[in-house]
Design a binder for this molecule. Structure first.
Ligand code: NIG
Ligand code: FE
Length: 420
């Protein structure tokens, strides 16, 4: 593989972080940068970087890309998505405008159950075709690592169908993909009124089937009021642990409902959402290695409170940001917009938000040894923007499509390489 030299970089941001798996508290405000920089890549990994004045002369085996003053940043690491789903749900969007809440829509059999019905009818190929278009969209918007959940199957065959589509995305793109089994996303229609039996199905049938095919890296439960209790969550997480699936759970989206506690007790890699989190839960997280993850796109789209991101960082916690891309609560995987929302609505500083969406996102997927910063030896996933005056300009220009070129494993990404 040829070496790649990127020259004339106006601003190279997110460098260094050697040996750091995540950043917490005050550390999050530090985003190291070099103005007028070069970057070299060998064998798909970052090899070196520095000031342009010190750039080595390219040899014959080197491909040179002139950045022409562009900024270069590490790719976004989106640690929470539901990007594999069947069809959009804009009708519910209209219902929400008319005044129905997300919980009311779910109680009427809309929401997740609506997506499960559609997914059941759809072939695996069509599901892949729809998902890969969204994958192409988020790659072009700068995402280089992504977590994708199941959870619209709600029976064993359909959950496996979803997870096989996720595996196919892993195999057919250069995006780094990790997968999460979310059989306990909602009680299926077939089990209405029999939640205990549904939990049995998840534990006794779905988890062993997923485990046997090694289809999931992680396990998730929607632990919230009206969905699954902390006791049910604990049982499911323990069953997943037998197959090596580490927890990454939905907690405190609709209410403070014990999700953080059960997550911390089970050494969850992350607890996500946290819109209704309390001060006591911040204390619990301070004594843990669990990454709190905020999904501000969900708060924006559902008109709900935002997670206490500023407070978590001020109290010394780490924080990751993710999109939650899904058809119901967040039909967008635009991580640049997520970074803007975190600044505007959660009062994160731009550097904090960028760290939360890169290194800490990678950590929330167990990937920060290889992704999340421009560090010598890490996989060369990065993007190039239009020339910009400062890194703060990225969240400030909150709808400007600044991200122009994307590189995965040191090779420029072109949409044509994805077979839809
Ligand atoms: O993370 N909260 C649970 N699940 C998704 C939404 C799923 C849907 O509405 O389709 C979320 O917001
Ligand atoms: Fe989610």
């Amino acid at each position: 593989m040829k070496k790649l030299f990127v020259t004339n970089i106006g601003l190279l941001a997110g460098v260094g972080q050697d040996g750091k798996r995540s950043l917490k508290g005050e550390e999050m405000a530090r985003l190291d940068m070099i103005a007028n920089a070069y970057l070299t890549i060998a064998n798909g990994r970052f090899a070196d970087y520095g000031e342009m004045a010190d750039c080595p002369a390219p040899t014959d085996d080197v491909r040179v890309v002139d950045a022409k003053g562009a900024a270069v940043l590490p790719s976004w690491c989106d640690s929470h998505t539901h990007i594999v789903y069947a069809d959009s749900r804009e009708q519910e969007f209209v219902d929400k405008i008319r005044g129905l809440s997300y919980a009311e829509i779910a109680q009427r059999g809309g929401g997740i159950l609506n997506s499960a019905d559609r997914l059941h009818e759809m072939s695996e190929d069509e599901l892949y075709r729809q998902a890969i278009r969204r994958v192409d969209e988020v790659i072009r918007k700068g995402t280089g690592c992504i977590e994708i959940k199941s959870g619209y199957g709600l029976n064993t065959a359909d959950e496996l169908k979803m997870l096989r589509v996720i595996r196919r995305i892993k195999e057919t793109t250069r995006l780094k993909v990790v997968s999460t089994f979310l059989g306990a996303h909602a009680v299926s229609r077939a089990y209405k009124g029999r939640q205990g039996d549904y939990v049995d199905l998840v534990v006794k049938e779905m988890i062993p089937a997923v485990g046997a095919e090694k289809l999931a890296d992680f396990i998730d439960v929607f632990c919230d009021t009206g969905f699954f209790t902390p006791e049910e969550t604990a049982r499911i997480l323990e069953a997943g642990a037998v197959y090596g699936m580490r927890p990454k759970i939905h907690a405190d989206e609709l209410a403070s409902s014990g999700g953080v506690e059960v997550g911390v007790q089970h050494h969850a890699l992350s607890v996500d959402h946290l819109e209704s989190m309390t001060e006591e839960e911040i204390d619990l997280l301070l004594n843990s290695r669990t990454m709190p993850t905020a999904l501000p796109g969900t708060s924006f789209f559902l008109n709900m409170p935002f997670a206490l991101g500023r407070k978590m960082i001020d109290r010394g916690l780490p924080l990751a940001l993710a999109s939650d891309y899904n058809p119901g609560s967040t039909p967008s995987g635009d991580m640049k917009f997520i970074v803007s929302l975190a600044c505007i609505k959660m009062r994160l500083m731009p550097a904090e938000a960028i760290n939360a969406a890169t290194l800490n996102g990678a950590c929330a997927m167990g990937l920060s040894d290889d992704y999340g910063s421009i560090t010598r030896g890490k996989v060369a996933n990065f993007f190039m923007t239009d020339p910009i005056p400062s890194v703060e300009f990225i969240p400030y220009a909150y709808t400007t499509p600044l991200i122009k070129r994307v590189f995965l494993q040191g090779i420029e990404y072109m949409s044509e390489e994805i077979q839809a």
